[in-house]
Structure formats: structure tokens, C-alpha cells
Design a protein around this ligand. Structure first.
Ligand SMILES: [Zn+2]
Length: 104
């Protein structure tokens, strides 16, 4: 029995890899801007929180990219179900399915 039938095709994986890399570059850029804002003005809690949020997103994206390398991308880390592609389109670094996210 091979698991390849219900795993993501190589072309789909490539598409999400590109999507993740684009989002990552965007987050890094936005985070640099937020950090610059923190540095030039009076400590701005909004910019500080944004910078922390973006850092977390970059980490999520890195984790998603390593799941792509390992071939586990697109599977819920909670219940091992396949995450629907529509969900990944919206949130390519999602690690859990809707049910597990709701339960968390
Ligand atoms: Zn799940």
C-alpha cells in the first residue's frame, strides 16, 4: 500500500512552495518596516505586536516549508487528515484542519 494516492501531487506542492516563499518574503519585508517604526517613534505597541505576529508567521511558513520537504505538507498535524486545498490557498502555512483548529 502506498500513501502516494492521497498525498499532494508534485506540481501542487511546487505551487504551494512558491506561495509560501512569496508570503515569507512579504512578511519579512513588513516586519522590517514594523521594526523600523518601533525604532524611530515612541515605543508603539501596535508596531511591536505586528512585528511579533509577523515573526510568528515567518516561523509558521518555515515549518510549512520543511513539511513540504518531508512530504507531510497538507496533512493535519493533529489528526493526520488531508487539509483541503481551498484552506491551504487561504492559509498556506496552516498545520491543522478546520476541526482541529476549532478544537484547539
Ligand atoms: Zn485535524
Amino acid at each position: 500500500m502506498s500513501a502516494s494516492l492521497d498525498s499532494m501531487s508534485a506540481s501542487t506542492a511546487d505551487r504551494f512552495r512558491t506561495l509560501l516563499q512569496t508570503q515569507r518574503a512579504d512578511c519579512v519585508h513588513q516586519r522590517e518596516e514594523a521594526i523600523a517604526e518601533c525604532a524611530t517613534s515612541v515605543p508603539d505597541p501596535v508596531a511591536q505586536r505586528r512585528s511579533a505576529d509577523l515573526q510568528r508567521t515567518v516561523e509558521e511558513i518555515d515549518a510549512a516549508l520543511s513539511r513540504l520537504d518531508e512530504g507531510t505538507y497538507g496533512r493535519c498535524t493533529g489528526c493526520d487528515a488531508l487539509i483541503p486545498e481551498e484552506r491551504l490557498e487561504l492559509r498556506p502555512f496552516a498545520r491543522t484542519c478546520v476541526a482541529c483548529t476549532a478544537a484547539a
